[in-house]
Design a binder for this molecule. Sequence first.
Ligand code: ZN
Length: 266
Amino acid sequence: MPEGPSLVILRELVQPFKGLHVLDAHGNSKIDKARLIGQRIVALRTWGKHFLIEFHGFSVRIHFLMFGSYCINERKDKPVRLSLGFARGRELNFYTCAVRYIERGLDQEYDWTGDVLSNTWDAAAARRKLRNMPDTLVCDALLDQNVFAGVGNIIKNEVLFRIRVHPLSTIGALPARKLSELVLQARQYSFEFLEWKKAFVLKQHWLAHTKRTCPRCNIPLTKAHLGTTNRRSFYCERCQVRYGASRLAPVKRARAGAASKRVKLS
Ligand SMILES: [Zn+2]
């Protein structure tokens, strides 16, 4: 699943489309595509994992789900969900994603202070939200888009490894210092992710995600699908401290070597 930093990269790449008029709109999305013809793009924005194309009076929201992808001025040999054509052959193509209209203004629709990569990110607000969910597992809290918009599974695994917190810890059991570290690193790691991804060196910086051995302890990492989100977690039972007695057991342990190979945008 594309995480927030990958959406920021997309947002930067498509800025030349700002101000252009849509001349063609097609694809197998069920939205009323005729509505887009003749409309001028006012802004291209992101909130967490949402890519937003803003027009006068409405916007298009694109969510890349698990395996979504895009092409700019190119096409893939697969059915396109939404294709927007512009003058001089320019086009934006989106695949395997969810598309819908947002009718109200984006500043009403979104709380920009909840996006970990936003200039207006509010760490204190994130800590407040976390304190209101004491029984939530940290592995679920990090993926909660109402708290950490843009954080995905890679960032979750790496942040928890970095701050030495076990994914089955509960939020309420974290010492205040660890809670602050969690909020700080969710943002910090997201910016590092962004820089590494731009430099095509993201994967070589992973310390826990998809790894077999703890680089601190030199013992095998545990891999399991944890929490209500049931996403893959990679963690060290020795150096990542489990705070609180979680009642939720691992839902399903993955077989060794069964890691998905189909991550398109990470
Ligand atoms: Zn370790």
